[in-house]
Write a protein that binds this ligand. Structure first.
Ligand code: MG
Length: 449
């Protein structure tokens, strides 16, 4: 895999923000007044080879995006002048070097892990482009031993050993061409949120009709957590379109403690929610366990993971039998290597990977991992879905927009992560001096009185 002739010539990190709060798209129980401004801390690695670059980014919701940019620079700047071989000679060892940084490590998860994950993902984008393959294909064709070597098993061995991982990867290496053809014929099922908390009910219904009737999405999601009657009204409006048997998930974005979550969802159980997503604090394994034990007998599954800081979080939730839908996030946990660990953990516990993608560019990114999972690890299963959002993913934003057909993701054939944003979008939305922001820099300023 050594590609010594590629040399990193420069990096750029840009603070990109979109005033999505203007339309309440993205609003939920926690993130409101002001609503989120979908943002990206956007890293581009340039090389000595013309038109060969690597892109990675972190999704945030506005304030703090600049902090992530600085953290990405701290990890990425030392790569300038290096050969790509410092990564490709042993990507697993490189990942450990970042994760074990002797000083930045003190910052632990959150910004730190997001930042080095952006670099890891940009390098995988670069390597995939060098090989002229989409990332899903590069990973799917990799021998099991190489994939195992990408993962740091130090904190996972009590639930997942390298031998377990090898066996899981070997299962579907046989017949790979068949599995690829099967996923290309029917990509991951997509779903979207139609019931953002800040929307009027007529708008919720309009969005549901578009998603269900026109796009044929097999599931719809609503935000919950504010008050039961408001949640009920939003869910009933969606049910009026998708019928009583349509799949309806709900998402509390961590708003409740365990007793509140159980009481609130029991009060909504007659509306037959498929799952409750992030019912409580993402680190509270015992609360998740209590909620799962209370709600599964009512037919409500437990979803979560978009705020999990890494594979250890998923390991604990899965070991505690507290999670049903494994919602990996492509831009939070340390990049492709750690995502592979999460996908393997889901397979070990026989749970579906149902990625989180509610954010700018995340659909483009995570489709690569979920397609890889369906081909090589977890396979195609009825309870697997991948989030999709109907804004900020068109050709004005993304160079190669995600395609949805008959309610499913189409498998992308573009080399790399296929998540580059268009130059005009980047220029207009750069904070604080792009055209979109120049005259509205007080758009969100924290005030205490
Ligand atoms: Mg969510």
């Amino acid at each position: 895999m050594a590609k010594q002739k590629v040399r990193i010539s420069s990096i750029s990190v840009r603070d990109i923000r979109v005033p999505t709060s203007d339309s309440s798209s993205g609003s939920d129980a926690f993130h409101k007044n002001p609503d989120p401004d979908y943002s990206a801390a956007y890293l581009e690695i340039s090389t000595n080879i013309p038109n060969l670059n690597g892109v990675g980014f972190v999704f945030t919701i506005g304030n703090g995006n600049d902090l992530v940019c600085r953290a990405i620079e701290a990890y990425a700047q030392p790569l300038v002048g290096c050969s790509l071989g410092v990564f490709t000679s042993n990507p697993g060892a490189f990942w450990k070097k970042l994760n074990d940084h002797p000083q930045l490590r003190w910052l632990r998860d959150g910004i730190n892990r997001m930042a080095f994950g952006a670099l890891i993902n940009a390098l995988w984008d670069l390597v995939s482009k060098y090989h002229n393959k989409p990332l899903w294909q590069l990973l799917a064709e990799m021998p099991s031993e190489e994939l195992v070597n990408l993962v740091d098993f130090r904190y996972l061995r009590d639930a997942l050993t390298p031998e377990d991982a090898f066996a899981l990867l070997e299962r579907r290496f046989q017949g790979l061409d068949h599995h690829v053809a099967s996923v290309i014929a029917a990509g991951p099922p997509a779903y979207c949120t139609a019931g953002w908390s800040g929307l009027e009910l007529d708008d919720v219904e309009r969005r549901t009709r578009h998603a269900h009737d026109e796009l044929k999405l097999p599931a719809i999601k609503a935000k919950v957590g504010l008050d039961i009657e408001a949640d009920r009204a939003r869910m009933e409006r969606i049910r009026s379109v998708i019928g009583e048997n349509g799949k309806l998930g709900v998402d509390a974005n961590q708003w409740w403690g365990a007793p509140d979550a159980i009481a609130h969802m029991e009060a909504l159980a007659d509306l037959n929610p498929w799952f409750i997503e992030e019912p409580t604090h993402p680190d509270d394994v015992f609360a998740y366990q209590d909620i799962a034990r209370a709600l599964r007998p009512r037919g409500i599954l437990i979803a979560g993971g978009e705020h999990a800081s890494g594979a250890v979080s998923f390991k604990n939730l899965l070991r505690a039998d507290a999670l049903d839908l494994v919602q990996i996030d492509v831009a939070r946990v340390g990049g492709v290597n750690e995502l592979l660990a999460e996908i393997l953990l889901a397979a070990k516990f026989d749970k579906p990977v149902c990625p989180h993608a509610g954010g700018i560019g995340l659909c483009n990114g995570v489709q690569q991992l979920t397609i890889f999972d369906q081909i090589r690890v977890g396979g195609q299963r009825d309870d697997q879905i991948c989030e999709w959002i109907d804004f900020l993913h068109d050709g004005d934003t993304m160079l190669t927009p995600v395609e949805i057909k008959d309610g499913r993701y189409c498998v992308p054939q573009v080399p790399g992560f296929s998540w580059e944003m268009t130059p005009s979008f980047l220029d207009a939305h750069e904070f604080p001096n792009g055209d979109v922001w120049r005259d509205r820099q007080e758009h969100f300023a924290l005030r205490y009185a």
